[in-house]
Design a protein around this ligand. Structure first.
Ligand code: ADP
Length: 181
């Protein structure tokens, strides 16, 4: 914990808890970059894997959570959890007031603005915090990673080693039926 955070805590200020929601199917260096940067801004960051959003995920919720836990293991103020239902309800349960979202390109903007406004409508006390992607990850998405890994391409600079091996095992076990995921 940084000295600044300790001082804030000692002064009785409330702990800032932010939730970073997504499918994380699977986690990439783009996601981890957002977690790394936001954990320096908030006291606690909860990476929350959304259950049921993606109709046909490649990895199960448990697998996605396990990969995220391993990838964020060095960071003490980061927690990984799964949730279903409305994000604002989950946040209320966890005492969180900020949603973290990563923005890659203008194509992300319209949908994210709609989500931010809907969430504000559902709970006006909640703020959405947008963080711009780092330029080296602006092209990176879980779908791109899956696309490359499915055909045996190298993903070592896109995901942590544990994710790269999990992808390899997954596509080997699924065989040709992996085509539509
Ligand atoms: P995706 O499958 O497109 O990676 P997720 O639902 O897993 O999407 O993404 C969760 C959050 O992470 C979203 O806010 C998304 O915009 C953000 N994100 C994903 N990839 C990146 C990246 N490369 N840089 C910045 N933000 C990202």
């Amino acid at each position: 914990m940084t000295g600044r955070r300790e001082a804030r805590r000692a002064s009785g200020a409330k702990m800032t808890i932010a939730v970073y929601p997504g499918s994380f199917d699977p986690v990439t260096y783009g996601h981890l970059d957002i977690v790394e940067r936001s954990r320096k801004i908030f006291d606690r960051v909860i990476v929350a894997v959304l259950v049921n959003r993606s109709k046909q995920p490649l990895f199960s919720i448990d697998e996605r959570v396990a990969l995220l836990k391993e990838a964020t293991e060095p960071w003490p103020n980061v927690e990984v959890d799964a949730f279903s239902g409305l994000l604002v309800d989950y946040m209320k349960r966890r005492g969180a007031k900020t949603i973290i979202k990563g923005l890659r390109a203008v194509t992300d903007f319209e949908y994210e603005m709609q989500m931010a406004l809907i969430n504000k409508n559902l709970d006006p006390t909640i703020e959405t915090f947008f963080m711009m992607t780092s330029k080296e990850y602006s092209f990176l998405s879980s779908s791109i990673v899956k696309e490359v890994a499915r055909y045996g391409g190298k993903v070592d600079d896109l995901v942590p080693p544990i994710v790269a091996s999990a992808l390899q095992r997954k596509f080997a076990s699924l065989g040709p039926s992996a085509d539509d995921r």
